[in-house]
Design a protein around this ligand. Structure first.
Ligand SMILES: Nc1ncnc2c1ncn2[C@@H]1O[C@H](COP(=O)(O)OP(=O)(O)OP(=O)(O)O)[C@@H](O)[C@H]1O
Ligand SMILES: O=P(O)(O)OC[C@H]1O[C@](O)(CO)[C@@H](O)[C@@H]1O
Ligand SMILES: [Mg+2]
Length: 342
């Protein structure tokens, strides 16, 4: 059998570990071959490939990013290029394609599957917002990085009796904010799923100082937004791929809090440090197991599926189900922060 692999969307710690796992499983367990398409769907559209054998994936278990490269392609181009992609796959004799990516990449994978391409998807994203899987790899690494950074902010905030707002990634889902906030003892956690009331946030800050606490740490997901009519956040429009351009909600909230509370506020935007570098051991294991099980599924003819973590087992779920909705933070999970808020 011949397997094609590509990585789409934003990079994520563990992508290389998946590539290694697919190649090693395919070659050593089945005697199959693997070909990589460069820069996500673009490589498949433009027929840019790289051979992948065991030597090529040596050392990839621990390396961050993706050696295949990743790129975003406007969805219209992808829709228009479905036949071209099928031609490229046929030219290389690819029997099953394994795309590794977030909800966009997996939506495109589902499209290909619908037009008859055998596909097994692998979910990746530091945001952990893919449905039907308990976790995605990359999330644990991002939370670990964010937690370490927030730990460090506690001491400097205490020294200056300041409010320190930390903006973490999380476009549609606040999983990183929720977990890093709990892990690092944040006093306030704001997520995209529940718009915040700026007056309430100012009260939490004021009350903490009023009762003699030395500082406030607030974790703000980049996709968090104020309740309509309570505070203005600059509109950045959308980029060429239809993604909303963020304008720094934490910085703007910080300015508003200074005005309302008279306290000094500093903002730290963690940004891409959450996505770079080596994966944690948890993510290396999850990525390796995803790659292994996707390759086994490909050889078993179980296509149109996505590998998923359910409890401690890796299972297969229909791609159609996985991309039907995003997995966002539930009110119940958010309510768990209440005992630690303020
Ligand atoms: N609705 C769609 N229809 C067809 N193709 C799509 C669709 N959405 C996304 N894609 C394709 O998948 C690519 C990757 O999607 P996207 O940029 O959203 O990354 P992702 O895989 O969701 O990862 P991330 O977590 O970084 O967003 C897009 O650039 C586009 O080519
Ligand atoms: O690297 P880019 O293209 O700016 O994308 C950033 C987005 O990708 C993610 O890191 C993963 O989906 C989001 O948290 C973030 O909004
Ligand atoms: Mg996406």
């Amino acid at each position: 059998m011949r397997i094609g692999v590509l990585t789409g969307g934003g990079d994520c710690p563990g992508l290389n570990a998946v590539i290694r796992s697919v190649v090693r499983t395919a070659t050593t367990q089945y005697g199959s071959s693997v070909i990589g398409f460069r820069d996500g769907w673009r490589g498949l559209l433009e027929n840019r490939t790289t051979p992948l054998d065991v030597a090529a994936v040596d050392g990839l278990l621990t390396r961050g990013g993706t050696t295949l490269g990743s790129a975003r392609v406007a969805p219209e181009k992808l829709h228009a290029g479905l036949d071209d992609m099928k031609t490229v796959l046929a030219r290389h004799g690819v029997d099953v394609l394994i795309p590794i990516g977030g909800e966009g990449t997996l939506t495109a994978a589902h499209l290909l599957s619908e037009v008859g391409v055998p596909v097994v998807g692998i979910p990746k994203t530091i945001d952990n917002d893919i449905d039907c899987t308990d976790l995605t790899f990359g999330f644990d690494t991002a939370v670990s990085v964010a937690t370490e950074m927030i730990d460090r902010l506690h001491t400097t905030a205490e020294s200056h009796q300041r409010v320190l707002l930390v903006e973490v990634m999380g476009r549609h889902a606040g999983w990183i904010a929720l977990h890093a906030g709990l892990a690092a003892g944040a006093h306030l956690t704001l997520v995209p799923e529940e718009p915040f009331d700026v007056a309430e946030v100012a009260k939490i800050v004021g009350d903490r100082f009023a009762r003699g606490d030395s500082h406030v740490i607030g974790v703000v997901a980049e996709g968090a937004s104020p309740l309509p009519g309570t505070m203005l956040v600059r509109d950045g429009g959308v980029d060429e791929y239809g993604h909303k351009r963020f304008t720094g909600v934490a910085q703007q909230l910080g300015e508003e809090l200074e005005r309302r509370t008279g306290k000094e506020v500093r903002t730290t935007v963690l940004g891409h440090v959450q996505r770079g570098g080596t994966p944690t051991s948890f993510d290396r294991v999850l990525a390796t197991r995803f790659g292994l099980h996707a390759t086994v599924a490909a050889h078993d003819g179980k296509v149109g599926q996505m590998v998923a973590l359910r409890g401690t087992e890796i299972e297969l779920v229909p791609l159609a189900d996985a991309v039907a909705r995003l997995k966002t933070v539930t009110p119940t999970r958010l309510a768990e922060t209440l005992a630690f808020t303020g």
